[in-house]
Design a binder for this molecule. Structure first.
Ligand code: ITT
Length: 216
């Protein structure tokens, strides 16, 4: 009987992992997370774009563990702060700050700023151990609230208001959020061609013999 392909979710963020797991639940794959393995060397997320960082995380994990790996690099961009925190969203307010502290610090910085337009962006990279990778992108536009609202989700969800549904992301169910979110959009793009992606993974797991230089 055919075995399912193992796919590692290369994220230490439990909120992200839960959303991605839910989005890929209908496929014949075995999903593993980093906690299913021993500790691996950390990768530095020092890329200038979400795409660079997503590929760094996925490629690093795939090469080290020998399985296809999927990583997501995402963040929140505020028009009134010239696009910050952007790629630095995870480090905003200090490396060890909690989600709650980050939201409070961002609201503090936004005090008196009239332009509250914001957008979440997400880049998903799916890489195989040979280094080959596929990339999917999603974006969601909204407005930064004056105060946190809602208990669901993670990260900046309580301060990201989505006007069409008149709710913050943290007031939405997982299903509602995924229907409109940056991660939902990027994952749906991946999902829409997932059958082809599975074939691509199988074809790219090893470097073709004809490309290998045997010397002599
Ligand atoms: P990994 O790198 O291990 O995946 P991370 O939390 O460090 O986890 P990123 O480097 O991609 O992830 O940083 C993304 C930041 O943006 C992080 O602070 C998240 O909380 C926030 N973020 C991303 N998507 C979000 C979402 O859907 N809702 C709320 N906050 C989100």
């Amino acid at each position: 009987m055919e075995q399912p392909i193992t796919l590692i979710l290369a994220t230490a963020n439990a909120g992200k992992a839960a959303e991605i797991r839910d989005l890929l639940k209908d496929f014949f794959i075995q999903i593993k997370t980093l906690s299913d393995f021993g500790p691996i060397p950390e990768v530095e997320e020092d890329g200038r774009t979400f795409e660079e960082n997503a590929y760094k995380k996925a490629g690093h994990t795939a090469r080290i563990l020998g399985f296809p790996a999927l990583a997501d690099d995402s963040g929140l961009m505020l028009e009134g702060l010239a696009g910050r925190p952007g790629v630095h969203s995870a480090r905003y307010g200090g490396k060890d700050a909690s989600d709650q502290t980050r939201c409070v610090s961002l609201l503090e910085e936004m005090k008196g700023v009239a332009n509250r337009a914001a957008a979440f962006e997400c880049v998903i990279s799916l890489a195989v151990p040979t280094g080959a990778a596929l990339t999917y992108v999603g974006r969601c536009e909204g407005v930064i609230t004056e105060a946190p609202k809602g208990q669901n989700g993670f990260g900046y969800d309580p301060i990201f208001y989505y006007p069409p549904l008149k709710k913050t992301f943290a007031e939405m169910t997982q299903k509602e959020k995924s229907r409109v979110s940056h991660r939902g959009k990027a994952s749906r793009e991946l999902k829409s061609e997932f059958d082809k992606v599975l074939i691509w993974i199988k074809q790219n797991m090893t470097i073709p013999e004809k490309w290998i230089c045997h010397g002599g």
